[in-house]
Each structure stands twice: as structure tokens, then as C-alpha cells.
Design a protein around this ligand. Structure first.
Ligand SMILES: [Zn+2]
Length: 183
């Protein structure tokens, strides 16, 4: 198992992680940088933005722009996964943004909306296979509804990608119970 953080190790937001095992790749989050962050451009990433997408998949923890905002730059046929309710909310939100007066931003949101139509949804604890890699979503509380952490299993190892989460809020008290039970 090889883990590579393409962006986001020295800043909040704009994170892109890659977990590779026997030629298969799982990417987690593909977001915009938050305002004020030092601009870090991404180099082309094999299996995400260039090359062959047949052995990779992109998983999105939640619909905040610093986690999902760059999906239009992903390869057209790359499978993208997002929580079921999260997708509905993100589509409504993106649709509203296509009506704004700024032409460039409006066009960008039209493309984003189009790309969301190809997204596959999952539910908590559903096991998703990408080659020999298994991804298991854990529902957590965050200021975006239907947010997830991911357990990634391969080669007898398990890692936890937390995404954004909080220990307070509507479902915050479930956090430790969830981690004890599954992580
Ligand atoms: Zn967030």
C-alpha cells in the first residue's frame, strides 16, 4: 500500500490523497484551495487527471468546495463516489450557482452540475471494491450534512481517512462510538 498526499498536508482544504495497491488507486477528495491559502498548483496525477482511469476511483468525503470543487478536472470516465443525500444537496446548490451573473463562474457551475450526474452514491458502511482495495464509509457529523470518513483496506492493512468532522453538533456524540465499533 502506498499513500501519497498530493495537496493538503500543510493547509486546511484543497486536499487530494491517493492510496495505491497493486496498480489500483483510490483518490480521496479533489477540492479547491480555500481563499487565502498559498497557491499550490497540482501536477498531472495519473489515474485522476491524466492517463488511464480504468483502475482508479475518486471518493468524496463531503460536498464542501475544498473537497469536491475540482471534480470537473478529473478524467471524464473516472468513477466518483459521494453520499446519497450529499449528492442531492450538492446538485441543488450547484444549480443555484448557475444563475449568478458572473458568466465564467456560471459556466463552471454548469459543467460541475453536468459532472455530478455521473456520480455513484453510497451509504454508510457499504463496502466498495476498487481492485484489491476496499473502501468503507463511516457517517460523521460536520457542517456539511451526510459527511463521511473512509476506512481503506488493502494488503492486510487498514487506514482511516478522517475528512472533516466534529465531536459536537447534531450527531457529534456518535463519533467515538462509530470509531470504536468500526475503526
Ligand atoms: Zn468541510
Amino acid at each position: 500500500m502506498k499513500i501519497q498526499i498530493h495537496r493538503g498536508s500543510n493547509q486546511i482544504g484543497g486536499c487530494v490523497c491517493e492510496i495505491e495497491s497493486s496498480g489500483y488507486k483510490v483518490f480521496i477528495d479533489f477540492g479547491e484551495q480555500l481563499p487565502g491559502a498559498e497557491k499550490i498548483s497540482l501536477h498531472p496525477i495519473e489515474g485522476l487527471t491524466c492517463g488511464d482511469s480504468s483502475k482508479s476511483a475518486l471518493f468524496i468525503t463531503h460536498y464542501h468546495a475544498d473537497h469536491i470543487g475540482k471534480i470537473i478536472e478529473a478524467l471524464d470516465d473516472l468513477p466518483i463516489y459521494l453520499g446519497k443525500t450529499a449528492l442531492e444537496i450538492y446538485q441543488h446548490y450547484t444549480k443555484r450557482l448557475t444563475y449568478i451573473k458572473d458568466r465564467t463562474e456560471s459556466d463552471k457551475n454548469k459543467n460541475l452540475l453536468q459532472r455530478t450526474k455521473t456520480i455513484t452514491t453510497f451509504e454508510a458502511l457499504q463496502k466498495i471494491k476498487v481492485g484489491g482495495i476496499t473502501v468503507i464509509p463511516l457517517l460523521v457529523d460536520h457542517s456539511a450534512f451526510d459527511a463521511y470518513m473512509f476506512i481503506i483496506e488493502a494488503e492486510g492493512k487498514r487506514i482511516l481517512h478522517t475528512g472533516d468532522f466534529r465531536g459536537h453538533g447534531f450527531r457529534g456524540k456518535a463519533l467515538l462510538k462509530t470509531l470504536r465499533a468500526y475503526a
